[in-house]
Design a protein around this ligand. Structure first.
Ligand SMILES: [Fe+2]
Ligand SMILES: [Fe+2]
Length: 280
């Protein structure tokens, strides 16, 4: 069965006609089924679908990687177009995700979670199915979450916080989730923002799911929040899965993408808006 992954929203675009926007979304087509993974902040999703001459008619299910606005902002507009649609997410998806500037504590904090309320989304047709531990959430599609985190292998971003009592504490973003998609060969891993840490996610895939080979790693790796000295070790981790393709986007960052490109050569691709990956 062919699996096609089309990048609908990314910070960058693959060619003219597409709109770039800070965020991530992709469409997954398997046989005659369509699934949406994330929705970007909202503006680019319908525009890029139009440029691709595609639509969301007959969408089977939506998966959400975590509650940040740059992955969920377009959800209400999608669910409003449907009678009822199942939305698979971790139960902490509506956490009060905030952002502060630790270097300028006088600056006001900013809410960066779901822009729409759960009630509005449900009224519009969203039927939430919360999954807090890795499981198959559609035939051949695994919702990978509840990752055990080694803090040394997780991205460090002191700006991301949640309110507690009179202040803020670091946001664990426990709603972070990825997708693992079966193909005729090794599976494909699609990351939303990889807040759990890409190495922790890979360890989970190996240890908890018994997977030793990956066809591709696609999506937001969050590598821009690691030191450049950490990258060789992370690329070694990728190599342990004998991957054929590293297709990165969103929070990977320019410097990390350059390093990945020089290491993986023709196994590297940007996953910009409008890029289509096909796997059998
Ligand atoms: Fe995020
Ligand atoms: Fe993100």
């Amino acid at each position: 069965m062919e699996t096609r992954v089309t990048i609908l929203c990314d910070n960058s675009i693959s060619r003219s006609g597409f709109v770039g926007e800070h965020g991530f979304s992709c469409l997954i087509e398997r046989g005659d089924k369509k699934y949406l993974f994330d929705t970007g902040p909202g503006m680019s999703l319908p525009m890029n679908l139009k440029t691709l001459n595609m639509n969301l008619e007959g969408l089977e299910r939506i998966f959400i990687s975590h509650g940040h606005y740059d992955h969920t902002g377009g959800l209400l507009r999608v669910t409003e177009q449907m009678d009822r649609i199942e939305v698979v997410a971790h139960s902490a998806i509506f956490s009060r995700h905030m952002r502060i500037d630790p270097a300028a504590p006088e600056k006001p904090s900013r809410y960066i979670g779901f822009p729409a309320s759960r009630e509005d989304l449900e009224r519009s047709g969203a039927v939430f199915r919360f999954i807090d531990d890795t499981q198959e959430a559609a035939p051949g599609i695994w919702f990978v979450t509840g990752i055990e985190r080694d803090p040394d292998k997780a991205p460090k971003d002191p700006r991301l916080v949640v309110p507690k009592e009179n202040g803020f504490v670091p946001d664990p973003i426990e709603d972070d989730a990825s997708l693992l998609i079966e193909t005729d060969g090794p599976p494909v891993l699609i990351l939303g923002c990889a807040h759990s840490g890409v190495q922790n996610i890979l360890e989970h895939v190996r240890e908890k799911m018994g997977i030793g080979r990956l066809r591709a790693i696609l999506g937001g790796t969050h590598l821009m929040f690691y030191g450049l000295k950490d990258l060789p070790h992370i690329m070694e981790e990728f190599e342990r899965f004998s991957i054929d393709l590293v297709g990165v986007s969103h929070c990977t960052g320019f410097q990390a993408a350059v390093q990945l490109s020089s290491h993986f050569g023709d196994r590297f691709s940007l996953a910009s808006a409008g890029t289509i990956f096909s796997f059998r």
